[in-house]
Design a protein around this ligand. Structure first.
Ligand SMILES: Cc1cc2nc3c(=O)[nH]c(=O)nc-3n(C[C@H](O)[C@H](O)[C@H](O)COP(=O)(O)O)c2cc1C
Length: 160
């Protein structure tokens, strides 16, 4: 079964909600998914949830057929762990993968564009324009997230 790695950084959880919905859409079209929230280390978080280190996320990214990278925008930048992932991913050969980007913002989105530029440089088959949602997810934004997951599954099946 083809695998989609959904790897994201978030401050307050909006981008994480997008990640879970993208995963729902992808699984509904038959993909295996791994949804990873980046953090400093790989650990279960007291009170619930789990974070994955940049190192561990890179090896999961390397083993996946498609990668969706998510980040919200803070001070016109991606979340720091996502920036670290982008910087370190340049050492891998990811050119056989399908890639896209997603994230939450308020009024000045920046992270998704920066991730798109980075994954293009890595040679991935990029699905543009990715998905940017301002603030909390309403029902149409939730549907767009699921549809992005479905589209990634379709792009992978057409690539074979
Ligand atoms: C200190 C701070 C800086 C922010 N900078 C930006 C920004 O540069 N551009 C933008 O569109 N939103 C900015 N935001 C808003 C967040 O991107 C927005 O709240 C987003 O929904 C957070 O998503 P998350 O919950 O996935 O982290 C900022 C928020 C804070 C608290």
């Amino acid at each position: 079964m083809a695998k989609l790695a959904i790897i994201y950084g978030t401050g307050t959880g909006h981008t994480g909600e997008m990640a879970e919905l993208i995963g729902d859409g992808a699984r509904s079209e038959g993909l295996e998914t791994e949804v990873l929230k980046l953090g400093g280390v790989t650990e279960d978080v007291p009170g619930g949830g789990r974070t994955t280190s940049v190192d561990d996320a890179l090896s999961i990214m390397d083993s996946a057929d498609a990668v969706a990278i998510g980040s919200s925008t803070y001070e016109l930048k991606p979340v720091i762990f996502v920036q670290q992932l982008m910087d370190r991913a340049r050492d891998l050969d990811l050119s056989d993968k399908v890639g896209t980007a997603f994230g939450s913002y308020a009024t000045r989105p920046k992270a998704v564009g920066l991730i798109m530029d980075a994954i293009k440089e890595m040679g991935m088959a990029v699905m543009e324009p990715g998905l940017q949602v301002s603030g909390r997810l309403n029902s149409s934004a939730k549907q767009e997230c699921r549809e992005l997951g479905e589209s990634i599954a379709k792009a992978l099946s057409e690539k074979k």
